[in-house]
Write a protein that binds this ligand. Sequence first.
Ligand code: GAL
Length: 639
Amino acid sequence: MKRTLGTCYYPEHWPRDVWASDAQRMVEAGLTWVRIGEFAWSRLEPAQGAYDFAWLDEAIAILGEAGLKVVLGTPTATPPRWMIDRHLDMLAVDAQGNPRKFGSRRHYCFSHEGYKQDCAQIVTKLAERYGRNPHVAAWQTDNEYGCHDTTLSYSDMARHAFQNWLRTKYSGLGNDGDIDALNAAWGNVFWSMDYSDFDQIDLPNLTVTEPNPSHVLDFRRFSSDQVVTFNKLQVDIIRAHSDAPVAHNYMGRITDFDHFDVGDDLDIASWDSYPLGFLEDRIEADAGYKRAYARQGDPDFQAFHHDLYRAVGKERWWVMEQQPGPVNWAPYNPEPLPGMVRLWTWEAFAHGAEAVCYFRWRQAPMAQEQMHAGMLRPDSAPAPALGEAEQVFRELAEAPDVTPYQAEVALIFDYEADWAWSIQPHGTGASYFDLVFDTYRGLRGLGLSVDILRPDADVSGYKVIAGPGLMHMSAAQKAALANSEAQVILGPRSASRDENMRIPVPLPPALEGFDAVVSRVESLRPDMPIALSQGGAITRYRDVMEGGAEVVENTLDGQAAVLMSDRMTYVAGWLDAKAMQRVLRRVCDQAGVETQVLPEGIRCRRTGRELFWFNHTTEVVDVAGLILDPTSVKRIPRG
Ligand code: GAL
């Protein structure tokens, strides 16, 4: 597979007479792909059943004949205004009960059957018309599921669909649900929450105080399944008419639906990488850190998602949208330093991307994203990103191929665990994503390449497997880890709930061959870290352990902080960066995995044939004799 570049283009935003010259310039810049169509519904079907494909026919022909490959998006993230009159209740409803109105995008509820039929209709029209078009080389379903908080909807449609989902899950004799089974699973005897019929079950919002966590977890699972069903509807239609691969463009730090489940129905995972927007908007860090990386982005956040979506795509993944300059949507939107667009592009390739497409070709002079840079300015003069993309294109001559690589170290990511933590964090701000991300950062700071794994992944071949915070661990998952060859590191909070979100007895973690249990837990204020005797501290959350496993680290006040039995290490708390590094290093040493503590802002990644180094700082950095210029990338071929 070749490494390729592309861009996101909106022919419907520009006069027809610039399409050909745009296409020509894209080809000259070294671009292979052009993604189009994903928001164009009002121009494809201006009134119900009145289609206009002439302009899209022409645009695809012009782009394709210039030598570009088209990624055709389905336009279902932007239902046109006339449709709202047709389905007054198709808008999603937020947790406060307010409709999420027309006037931007993603204004639909995944459970609305009428809307889904209309989606099936437009996707069928597109697939029939372009499924065999030689220029349409890939498809994208919808746009960024879940973005703008759009997975969960508290509409009437969602309530009915949830009740049916529960009937099936807690099925009794015949097709009817067994309401007693649901009452038992959720523990509804508590606070007299018993139901006598599935029709009585409401969505878990607007309750007086917190709703039953078991109820919420099932609602989160249901909501995720609705996204999977919505996506699959489109994929099945496209596949009936086209052999081109189908992708979806996921977002950064959106965890409300299980991306692995959606990915199972797709050929390629892709995601939209906005390093500077994410630093300001989606990362917990102090002001000094954010200032230091304001023009470069966090050194681990993009890499984490590259590794996550490589797993979601089962090795086939792209960056569908790459930040080219300032975005419009974060609290502050600085320009990247010169060289960063190039660095981000190479970083994606280093993590296995097949394609990196820049968002967008030309900056829009109208509407919500006027303040968002493109590869060209609104007047069509080049913006800084164009030159950096051209540079990457030239450099690709030396390193044209994706070269897959299995890392020595794996990190498990479980979307359900994220929902479980968010339902009962036990302490303000304790988020599963942050815990996993801290672990990822710790591993990368030791110079390691990391494979992210889904919870039921094959774990063979790994020397170290980290599974922090997996609140529910199935018997199969526990067995797979116990039977692997790897050093396994779990905790805190691992296996602390059963599949119904209840505390299991015997007490957690109940791991084969691991002789200790969590006897009590506590969450900690930010200003009450518990110091460890070897330095660093437990913050936010701690498990108090009891049992015979070997204690390898203690708190200053003499409690077990890290325990070990055979190949299993259990971390009884959320470690700060210092302790995290030491504990991870110890596990790696035991597994025979070589580590190297990297300077701040320096990261590396191996591929099958290369070792890449990235300097995210503004200083020249010397890494054991390797000199890395500011905001630079170095590629070292290896045998
Ligand atoms: C993405 C989205 C694009 C555009 C971009 C701006 O989230 O898919 O359509 O809005 O952000 O940064």
